[in-house]
Design a protein around this ligand. Structure first.
Ligand SMILES: Cc1ncc(COP(=O)(O)O)c(C=O)c1O
Length: 404
């Protein structure tokens, strides 16, 4: 099937009337995907270099994931977490092995919920270790941890807080990458430090060299948990299985995952090791859908493919090629990122939203992660030809916009 039964205009009209206006939609509706390609209502092909915001890490409609989901749908979609299912414990064991062992997992449906779990367990752990006052979480300015009230409070973007006051208390923010600022704020009331190894929504800003190592040491000295939000960076995106693996010797206490884990099937995970993994007791946390058979089966299939294809290694190689190609384009002032989470900072006079819109018109999906930077998060299985095709489209768009 290449064409939808409704036209773009019909879909736009329905959306405008019936969907809450929380998204400023671009004028395209996708109806099908295959690998790095997306197809719209008119059957037009686009090269997807955003991957559903770093989510479809194996590309669209990956056959192994599609087969697993279809088979599971005909077997057992859901059973309450009051009972075991035959997939969730296996998935937890797989993730624990990838994360180095000694940990336990709570499954969720999204990244925000994975962070909610992390924050709740940090509070319980803090109370258990240091008493009722130890409930503060330190996070970084520029971070993004989700849109629930609590993860919004953790998010270090004050302008996003304004409309929703009062937010839950207990969150403080320090400059990202500044270990001295963190040391000054890390007092005995702090139960955990929550950071992204690369700030994704904050503009694709990697932690500076040595920062996570310094934070790990501080957390050890002050008995705070080091919690890493790998919702965007996890599972191969940065060229390693996890973003923290770029910081030699750093082992976090808590890691949150989502996006790539189901390759588009909603599933998130909060992993915690040692005491932190048992801080939440029966009836203190739950989720109806978290870790249900359908989502767990999808995630197991995703991990199978990622391991078989060495997705992290492929992301590292493709990321190098993409970064080098972007750096050579007219109008690109700088390229930053790790692996296949890359931003191109545009030169003076260029507006990233206008460039990304022109790219869409030209058949390339990317987004403006800041007013001056484009973000690229393609499939980790992207081919060299697709990389070359994407940069050729962007070159044409930039040549036009630099010239105007
Ligand atoms: C680092 C990070 N944490 C949390 C989230 C929230 O995830 P979700 O939208 O699945 O709730 C995101 C989403 O972009 C993210 O990038």
């Amino acid at each position: 099937m290449t064409t939808a039964t409704l036209t773009l205009a019909e879909l736009q009209a329905l959306d405008a009337e019936h969907v809450m206006p929380t998204y400023a939609r671009l004028p395209v509706a996708f109806v099908r995907g295959e690998g790095s390609a997306l197809f719209d209502t008119a059957g037009r092909r686009y090269l997807d270099f955003l991957g559903g915001l770093a989510t479809t890490s194996l590309g669209h409609a990956h056959p192994a994931v599609a087969d697993a989901v279809a088979d599971q749908a005909q077997t057992l979609l859901h059973v309450s977490n009051l009972y075991l299912n035959d997939l969730q414990p296996r998935l937890a064991a797989r993730l624990d092995r990838l994360l180095g062992g000694d940990g336990r997992v709570f499954f969720t449906n999204s990244g925000a919920e994975a962070n909610e779990c992390a924050i709740k367990l940090a509070r319980r752990h803090g109370q258990q270790q240091g008493g009722p006052e130890r409930f503060h979480v330190l996070a970084a300015y520029g971070s993004f941890h989700g849109r629930t009230l609590t993860t919004l409070a953790a998010t270090g973007q004050p302008q996003k807080h304004e409309a929703f006051q009062p937010l839950p208390p207990g969150f403080r923010h320090v400059a990202f990458g500044d270990a001295d600022a963190l040391a000054a704020a890390l007092d005995e009331r702090v139960c955990a430090v929550l950071l992204e190894p690369v700030q994704g929504e904050g503009g694709v800003q990697p932690a500076p060299p040595g920062y996570l190592e310094a934070v790990r040491t501080l957390c050890d000295e002050r008995e705070a948990l080091l919690m890493l939000d790998e919702v965007q960076t996890g599972l191969g995106r940065t060229g390693r299985w996890f973003g923290f693996q770029h910081a030699p010797g750093v082992r976090p206490d808590v890691v949150t995952l989502a996006k790539a884990l189901g390759n588009g099937v909603p599933i998130g995970a909060c992993w915690a090791r040692g005491d932190a993994g048992t801080a939440l007791r029966p009836s203190e946390h739950a989720s109806t859908f978290g870790g249900q058979p359908l989502a767990a089966r999808a995630a197991l299939a995703v991990l199978d493919v990622m391991e078989a294809e060495d997705a992290p290694g492929r992301a590292a190689r493709a990321g190098d090629r993409l970064a080098a190609a972007l750096a050579a384009l007219p109008g690109v002032a700088a390229v930053r990122g790790v692996g296949l989470l890359v931003a191109a900072e545009l030169g003076p006079g260029l507006d990233a939203a206008a460039v990304s819109r022109a790219c869409l018109d030209a058949g390339l999906v990317v987004n403006a992660v800041t007013p001056t930077a484009l973000r690229f998060a393609p499939s980790l299985l992207v081919t060299d030809d697709e990389l070359d095709e994407a940069t050729a489209i962007l070159r044409r768009v930039l040549e036009e916009q630099v010239g105007t």
